[in-house]
Design a protein around this ligand. Structure first.
Ligand SMILES: Cc1cc2nc3c(=O)[nH]c(=O)nc-3n(C[C@H](O)[C@H](O)[C@H](O)COP(=O)(O)OP(=O)(O)OC[C@H]3O[C@@H](n4cnc5c(N)ncnc54)[C@H](O)[C@@H]3O)c2cc1C
Length: 447
């Protein structure tokens, strides 16, 4: 079959790889010049005006992202060298917090909680007891509950310093608004999917190299066509398939952001039968009801005087923080929840990435506040903002009872993306699984 994939984010590239493996003729059309969508490389310059490759946002993967890791290997990514693998760690600059040891579950969680620094024994017992009760109930709960309701019996300190950052990093939605059902599913799949499932995987390459650009080379080597800088304007139903901007395909995968997918389905309206118009309207209705939360990333350069041992060239002196990732205490005018030391991840010494989930400030205010927060919480005297990116629609708001649209839009028209129906919140793994599922449906229908 001739299949069009509209959008070269991680979901679209997953669909394109799986369709090519199944023997279809694939054409990928991407509006931007850079592949990767919401997880892409960002080409900029450093403080000295030298070229610098960053990402549109700092991303974390986890060991339980099985389909993402499998697909990376398929296209030739050397996963162990492309990402730093760390045991699940949620610690602050004063070293308080949780750090799981490298043990099989449930021993990693048991020993990690028992050893957590800065938590009282009452906190630790309360957390272990709560986790045990979640496990006994099969990690299921009332679909209407928020994470705050699920955890209301936990001590305040754990709520603030453990549950809230965990929830924001996994669902990008504050605990009082986030779906408890999805939160528990993520916990189950990461903590109990087997050894290493909860490990954090931090990219050591830019996000383009990590998957979309490498996948593009793999696709092109196998005869797939890839057009970047080509925004698809419209779709139309034909008797035997679909026209995409006037070119005929047997099937189409819409792998754009949800709002753009809804616009494209709407654009096809006039070419649809009466029955299909009804189906399309329903799909558009569910898709347009999704709401979004933002993520801001502030990249800042610590000056040589802030760095341990000055700006020397030894491996240790590349590190500004004692670990690759630290949690921060957010508060009024202290917007960041996490900081990443890119010096630990193959980046320049002193290059830090501050992550602000649900970011609402303008760029200048955000940078000022982050610099002051870093001075107060990390003791960094001189920090110069380099580049900030605010993605207004970074993820859909993962709220209780949320209805998500299915992969199938109409016969021969499929949607792929982190927002389609599936077990996970808006994540790389969610996008990849959605792309693979769309490809499987197309391939399955053929045979
Ligand atoms: C700052 C930030 C931090 C994040 N952190 C994490 C994290 O730590 N871990 C994690 O797992 N997830 C994280 N996410 C979420 C993750 O990036 C997304 O879930 C994932 O990238 C979504 O991929 P997608 O393929 O569904 O959609 P997208 O990435 O949105 O891809 C859609 C593509 O379609 C293209 N397109 C749109 N319209 C058209 C058109 N008309 N014609 C052709 N092409 C079109 C777009 O240019 C884009 O390339 C983060 C997201 C952001 C923004």
């Amino acid at each position: 079959m001739r299949v069009a994939v509209v959008g070269a984010g991680w979901g679209g590239m997953a669909a394109a790889v799986a369709l090519t493996q199944a023997g279809h003729h694939v054409t990928v059309m991407e509006a931007a010049r850079t592949l990767g969508g919401r997880a892409r490389a960002l080409h900029t310059v450093d403080a000295a005006g030298q070229p610098l490759v960053l990402d549109n946002g700092q991303h974390i993967l986890i060991g339980a992202y099985t389909e993402t890791l499998r697909l990376m290997r398929t296209v030739g990514v050397d996963v162990p060298s492309a990402m730093l693998r760390l045991p699940l760690t949620l610690t602050y600059a004063d070293r308080s917090g949780l750090e799981l040891p490298d043990l099989p579950p449930p021993w990693d969680a048991l020993v990690g909680v028992a050893r957590a620094r800065g938590w009282s024994w009452t906190d630790k017992v309360a957390l272990l007891r709560t986790c045990a009760s979640w496990q006994l109930k099969g990690f299921r709960c009332d679909a209407r509950w928020s994470v705050a309701q699920l955890c209301e019996r936990l001590p305040q300190r754990l709520l603030q310093e453990f549950i809230e950052p965990l929830c924001v990093s996994a669902l990008n939605t504050p605990a009082h608004e986030a779906s408890a059902e999805v939160f528990l599913r993520v916990l189950r799949d990461s903590l109990f999917s087997g050894r290493g499932g909860s490990n954090l995987l931090l990219p050591r390459t830019d996000l383009g190299t990590l998957f979309p650009d490498t996948a593009a080379q793999w696709l092109q080597a196998r005869g797939a066509a890839l057009h970047s800088g080509q925004r698809v304007a419209g779709l139309a139903r034909t008797p035997d398939g679909w026209d995409v901007d006037g070119t005929h395909f047997d099937s189409v995968v819409l792998a754009t952001h949800s709002t753009e997918a809804a616009r494209l389905v709407q654009a096809a309206h006039g070419s649809l039968s009466h029955t299909e118009q009804g189906e399309a309207t329903e799909w558009i209705h569910v898709t347009q009801a999704l709401r979004f939360t933002s993520i801001g990333t502030v990249y800042a350069q610590a000056s040589a005087t802030s760095l341990p041992n000055g700006s020397g060239h030894t491996e240790e002196s590349r590190h500004t923080l004692n670990q690759a990732m630290l949690a921060l205490h957010p508060g009024p005018e202290q917007p960041a929840q996490f900081v990443f030391d890119r010096g630990h991840l193959g980046g320049a010494a002193g290059l830090l990435a501050f992550v602000v989930s649900v970011s609402e400030q303008d760029r200048a205010t955000l940078e000022d506040q982050v610099v002051r927060q870093a001075q107060e919480q990390l003791g960094l005297k001189t920090l110069r903002p380099l580049q900030s990116v605010v993605e207004k629609r970074a993820t859909f708001a993962c709220t209780p009872g949320l209805r998500r649209p299915g992969n199938r839009v109409l016969s021969g028209l499929w949607a792929a993306g982190d927002y389609t129906e599936g077990p996970y919140p808006a994540t790389l793994e969610g996008a990849i699984r959605s792309g693979l599922h769309a490809a499987q449906q197309i391939t399955g229908l053929r045979h």
